[in-house]
Design a binder for this molecule. Structure first.
Ligand code: NAD
Length: 438
């Protein structure tokens, strides 16, 4: 009998441990799947499978702080779906991270890996901690205890974490080292590829640090001409200037695009003559934020959102584009470098204003794609050059953009539905082919 997503979700909401909060990321992600499933005619049983994660893991553990106190930390790992391959997804360090948000981010990872044509499923993790409020030694112990607590729930052929908001290549090195100390002494096998996003010294890949920003730029190269824009001649503003934002901005600077304003967690700046993304990036590396950057003017958040541009690039946290912000944005394209930056109620406002929205699962798939390259290199004891990584990433992106373009033509739909449609159709084909056990 046909079971609609809303029935599945209602049943899910009734279960004790998986309440789906109204307006949560998981609700946002499930609703987008539901809408797209109608557009492409996805089978109901596949929708139902995707409407809940396969495994939800919550761990609590004590960590000794520098002053001798013990503090209890909580971490989540959601393994959403592994029909296409091992679970794959970042671990976020943020004080506000919630189980429900991680469920949404994990579902998006399932879709992103499918769209990118990778042999991975989707997962996501979160540790409730403000990484800026603890010392480096405390951060190291929190990271190691997280991996110890997750234990056999992760592994190089089972579930492979990666960086996300609040983590770094150093954090990924500690994760890999902890896992290998726990396991490799017994098996004698190298397990470098238990996590990706490591430093080059510890088995990371050339190009991983800039990969998500690089992917954003490849999408713009491919899709902006359809909208009548040339990326090198575009002006833009950037919301968030961390790993994704700063790397995208540096690459855009080198192409000639003009950065007119930046907003991050601590500051908001603008310069109509253009901000040098390389200099700003060096400043942020030293000071932790754009606040106080001397070669631009400090402005209000309201003034930032009103700057007239060709592109607006959200590269910070989720749900940051509210309906009110959508009303005042004066741009031609919203480039979702962050995951889920556009609130569902804001999207129709953008579309009604003729603003194109390039969806996150397409724009920011560069990170997981180069993570896949890192995983393959570790598995085969290979080191690819930066040129090789960029060439492969470009090829992957050309394929992805072509598939999304074709789906848009076929279904006459938004780019978001086209991207989700490609991802869901692949997962649907895999389920139909494999069947449901037993
Ligand atoms: P990051 O921690 O390096 O940077 C986050 C940025 O957001 C910082 O500049 C921070 O100042 C800003 N920010 C945080 N709170 C803010 C607020 N309230 N207002 C304005 N700015 C705020 O994180 P990141 O790795 O660059 O990730 C950014 C986004 O991209 C996230 O949605 C993440 O899930 C997504 N993403 C990251 C990767 C990756 O490889 N790092 C891959 C795919 C998707």
């Amino acid at each position: 009998m046909k079971q609609s997503i809303s029935e599945v979700v209602t049943a899910d909401r009734d279960s004790v441990e998986s309440a789906m909060e109204a307006g949560s990321l998981f609700a946002m992600a499930v609703n987008s799947v539901n809408e797209t499933a109608d557009v492409i005619g996805l089978e109901d049983y596949v929708r139902s499978i995707l409407a809940q994660p396969k495994n939800s893991i919550i761990v609590n553990f004590p960590v000794r702080m520098d002053d001798g106190r013990f503090e209890i930390f909580r971490a989540f790992r959601i393994q959403h779906n592994n029909a296409l391959g091992p679970f794959k997804g970042g671990i976020r360090f943020h004080e506000d991270v919630s189980l429900d948000d991680v469920r949404g981010l994990a579902l998006w990872m399932t879709l992103k890996c499918s769209l990118a044509g990778l042999p991975f499923g989707g997962a996501k993790g979160g540790v409730k901690v403000n990484p800026r409020a603890v010392s480096k030694t405390e951060l190291c112990r929190i990271t190691r205890r997280t991996i110890f607590a997750l234990g056999a729930n992760i592994g190089p052929d089972y579930d492979i974490p990666a960086p996300d908001v609040g983590t770094s290549a150093q954090v990924m090195d500690w994760m890999m080292d902890t896992y290998m100390n726990l396991g490799s002494t017994l098996t004698g096998q190298s397990q470098l590829n238990v996590v990706t996003g490591k430093t080059l010294e510890c088995g990371g890949s050339f190009g991983r640090e800039k990969a998500t920003g690089q992917g954003v730029v490849y999408v713009l190269d491919s899709l902006l001409p359809d909208i009548g824009l040339d990326v090198g001649a575009c002006s833009y503003t950037m919301l968030g200037f961390g790993n994704v934002g700063s790397n995208a901005a540096k690459l855009l600077h080198d192409k000639g695009s003009k950065l007119l304003g930046v907003l991050d967690h601590a500051g908001c700046i603008a310069d109509e003559k253009g901000i040098d993304a390389h200099k700003l990036s060096d400043y942020v590396a030293k000071h932790g934020s754009i606040k106080g950057y001397p070669d631009a003017t400090e402005i209000s958040h309201d003034a930032f959102y009103r700057i007239k541009t060709d592109m607006f690039i959200p590269a910070a946290l989720e749900r940051m584009i509210s309906p009110e912000i959508a009303e005042i944005l004066d741009t031609k394209v919203v480039v979702e470098a962050a995951n889920g930056p556009t609130q569902p109620a804001a999207e129709p406002i953008l579309l009604d204003k003729g603003i194109e929205v390039l969806p996150a699962i397409l724009c920011n798939a560069g990170g997981v794609t180069v993570s896949y390259f890192e995983w393959v290199q570790n598995k085969n004891n290979e080191t690819w050059t930066l040129d090789e990584v960029d060439r492969r990433l470009r090829r992957q992106y050309d394929g992805m953009c072509d598939r999304v373009h074709a789906a848009r033509e076929q279904y006459k739909c938004t780019l978001r539905h086209a991207a989700y449609g490609v991802a869901l159709a692949r997962i649907g084909r895999v389920y139909n082919q494999r069947g449901i056990f037993p």
